[in-house]
Design a protein around this ligand. Sequence first.
Ligand SMILES: Cc1ncc(COP(=O)(O)O)c(C=O)c1O
Length: 244
Amino acid sequence: MVSETSVRPGPRGQAIIARDEAIMSSSMQPRYPFVMERGLGARVWDVDGNEYIDFAAGIAVTATGHSHPKVVAAITEQASKFLHIAGTDYYYDIQVRLAEKLAAIAPFNDEARVFLCNSGAESVEGAVKLARWYTGRQNVIAFYGAFHGRTMGALSLTASKVVQRQGFGAMVPGVHHVPFNNPYRCMHGREESACRAHCICADFIEDVLFKRTVAPDSVAAIILEPIQGGRLRRAGCPLCPAIA
Ligand SMILES: Cc1ncc(COP(=O)(O)O)c(C=O)c1O
């Protein structure tokens, strides 16, 4: 058992961060100086024995908390049977069972089909490919402030921070960004009550985009996060410099 340190991160954490900075790609953005050792539910401990409450939950993906006994048991059981057999090339029961469960809770009325993939960016890539293929259309509408991932297609939809796109050349064509409606931090600088009464972001698609640059029947998909993780603040509005 490591005892808590007054300086955070403590010496063990500082040593790992120094090694990380020497060996990991310099494209990794500066991170929070927390060096995790273990977690249990919503509690986490760093390598120096300091305890924290985890409000991040693996950026909202560890919904059952850390090391939930049922999750650990399921992973252990599966690992003892086999680790990997490409689901794109072969069949296996657990893939079908997961797909059936996901289809049963899919939030739409049509019969659901399931495509499993490895990451958020890959799922975004797959969604855009599917929408383009199915509709035969090219254009996709995304929102300022959005973060959809770092692969070229997902990055083309991302409009969170310039540094994420800077230096990577031309993006995938056919992506059109529009203002994101966020009454609490309206990017046009409007008061929350005015924004809730009449959202001019929603109007932007019909009154500006569809009238000036993009034919409505050329749009394959609109992609948005219900809550933006990397949203713009008022001062960052690219459309309203006078308000900034
Ligand atoms: C909303 C959203 N979409 C996509 C991604 C990309 O996911 P991944 O890093 O698994 O590719 C993220 C990652 O933070 C995200 O927050």
